[in-house]
Design a protein. Structure first.
Length: 385
C-alpha cells in the first residue's frame, strides 16, 4: 500500500506540473490578444510633434510628445499605430503649414493605402493649420500612419505650441462579448416589461421563475442579421468636386459620397448622402471640405429638412486649394436625418479628387437612457404557502 500511495502522489505532482507548463504556454500564445472583458477593449492615443519637417525620403511623420497611449498601440518613434483590437477606429489629425511651402499630409493604412488627405498650396509667408478625420475598420495587425509628401517643396510646421497633432481611438470593437453587452442592453430595453409571477413552493415553480427572470444571462449571442444592431457609426468620402450652377435650379440637395470606410448599422445612405437616426442618443459629427479654386466654399451640416446646425465658409477666390473642417454633437431622435449641403448657385463649389478631400463622419456617443417605466425589474408577487 505504501508504494502505491507514493506512486499516486508522484503522478499527481507530475500532472500538476504538466498543467502548470501548459497554462504558461497558453498564456504566452494568447497574451497578445485582448481577453473577453470590457476593461480590455481600450485603445487610444493622442500625440504631437513639436518640430517642423520638410519633405524627403523619410515620409512617415514621427512624434515627440505623447498625451495619451492607452494600450501602447502607437509607437511615437516610428509614428505608426498598430491595431491590437479589431474594430472601428476614429482618427483625426491637424498639421501646420510651413510658410512659403505646400502642405500635403495623407492618412495611410498599411503600406500604401491612402485614406484621406489634408492639403494647402498657398505659398504665402504665413502659418496656419489644416485638419482631417475619418473612421476606419481595422483588423488585427493593420497599421495607420501619417505621410508627408516626399518633395522638398512640401513641409509641415510645428513648434512647442504645437501645431501638428494626431489622435485615434477605438469606437466599437469587433468582439462577441462587447456585442453581447450591447445586445443585452437592447433586449432589456425592448423585452423586459413588468411581469407578475405566481411563485409556487415547488422546485419546478422556482426553476421556472429563475429561468424567466434571468433569461438574458443565458441567451447566446445572436447573429447580426437576427438582431437590431445597437451601434451606429459611419465614415464616408467623396473623390469628385462639386460646382454650383444656377441653371440646375436645385434646392438643398445633399452631398453624395462614393467611398464608404465604415457603416455600422447601415444608417448612412451614401448614394443620397443622408444619415437616418435609428438609435436615439447623442451623436458626434465631423466633416472636412476642400476649396475649389476661384470659387466660394459654403457647406452646412443640416438636420432634418432645412435646420442648419454648423457650417464652413471661405469666400477667397484664390486659385489655390485648401481645406476647412467643422464638428459638433447633436441630440437625435428616431427618424431624424443629418446631411451636408453645398451652396448650389454659380460661384460656389467644393474640391476633391482621389486623395479624398471631402469627408463626413458620425457616430453614436451615448444612447438615450431608458425613461422610468420603460425598464422595470420583474415584479414578484408571492402567494401564501
Amino acid at each position: 500500500m505504501c508504494w502505491r500511495s507514493s506512486y499516486r502522489g508522484n503522478m499527481i505532482l507530475k500532472t500538476h506540473l504538466l498543467i502548470g507548463v501548459l497554462n504558461h504556454l497558453m498564456y504566452q500564445l494568447v497574451s497578445c490578444f485582448p481577453t473577453e472583458t470590457g476593461s480590455d477593449f481600450r485603445s487610444a492615443f493622442s500625440v504631437a510633434r513639436t518640430t517642423s519637417m520638410e519633405g524627403s525620403s523619410k515620409m512617415v511623420i514621427m512624434f515627440d510628445k505623447v498625451y495619451v497611449n492607452i494600450g501602447n498601440d502607437f509607437d511615437p518613434q516610428t509614428g505608426i499605430f498598430r491595431c491590437r483590437i479589431p474594430g472601428a477606429y476614429y482618427f483625426s489629425f491637424t498639421v501646420g503649414k510651413f510658410p512659403k511651402k505646400n502642405l500635403s499630409v495623407m492618412l495611410m493604412k498599411n503600406k500604401n493605402e491612402v485614406q484621406v488627405i489634408a492639403y494647402d498650396e498657398h505659398h504665402r509667408n504665413e502659418r496656419k493649420v489644416a485638419s482631417q478625420s475619418a473612421m476606419l475598420q481595422l483588423e488585427y495587425g493593420d497599421t495607420v500612419w501619417l505621410r508627408l509628401h516626399g518633395d522638398p517643396k512640401y513641409a509641415l510646421y510645428s513648434n512647442i505650441g504645437p501645431y501638428t497633432t494626431f489622435t485615434g481611438y477605438l469606437i466599437y470593437p469587433d468582439s462577441p462579448s462587447y456585442l453581447r453587452n450591447a445586445v443585452n442592453y437592447q433586449e432589456t430595453a425592448n423585452h423586459i416589461q413588468p411581469h407578475h409571477f405566481n411563485i409556487k413552493q415547488t422546485r419546478q415553480g422556482q426553476n421556472q421563475v429563475a429561468q424567466e427572470g434571468n433569461f438574458l444571462l443565458d441567451q447566446p449571442v445572436r447573429l447580426k442579421e437576427e438582431m437590431e444592431d445597437p451601434r451606429s457609426a459611419f465614415s464616408a468620402a467623396r473623390s469628385e468636386s462639386l460646382e454650383g450652377n444656377d441653371s440646375k435650379q436645385l434646392q438643398h440637395e445633399p452631398i453624395t459620397f462614393d467611398t464608404v470606410f465604415v457603416n455600422i448599422g447601415n444608417d448612412f445612405n451614401a448614394s443620397v448622402g443622408v444619415f437616418s437616426c435609428r438609435v436615439p442618443g447623442a451623436y458626434y459629427f465631423s466633416f472636412t471640405i476642400g476649396k475649389l479654386p476661384y470659387k466660394t466654399m459654403s457647406v452646412k451640416l443640416m438636420k432634418n429638412h432645412n435646420e442648419v446646425q454648423a457650417m464652413v465658409y471661405d469666400d477667397n477666390h484664390s486659385k489655390r486649394r485648401e481645406m476647412q473642417s467643422q464638428s459638433l454633437m447633436l441630440s437625435l431622435k428616431h427618424g431624424d436625418t443629418v446631411w451636408l449641403y453645398s451652396h448650389q448657385h454659380d460661384g460656389y463649389g467644393a474640391y476633391s479628387n482621389h486623395g479624398k478631400y471631402i469627408t463626413f463622419t458620425g457616430f453614436l456617443v451615448y444612447p438615450d437612457q431608458l425613461q422610468p417605466g420603460h425598464l422595470q425589474h420583474a415584479e414578484w408577487k408571492n402567494t401564501e404557502i
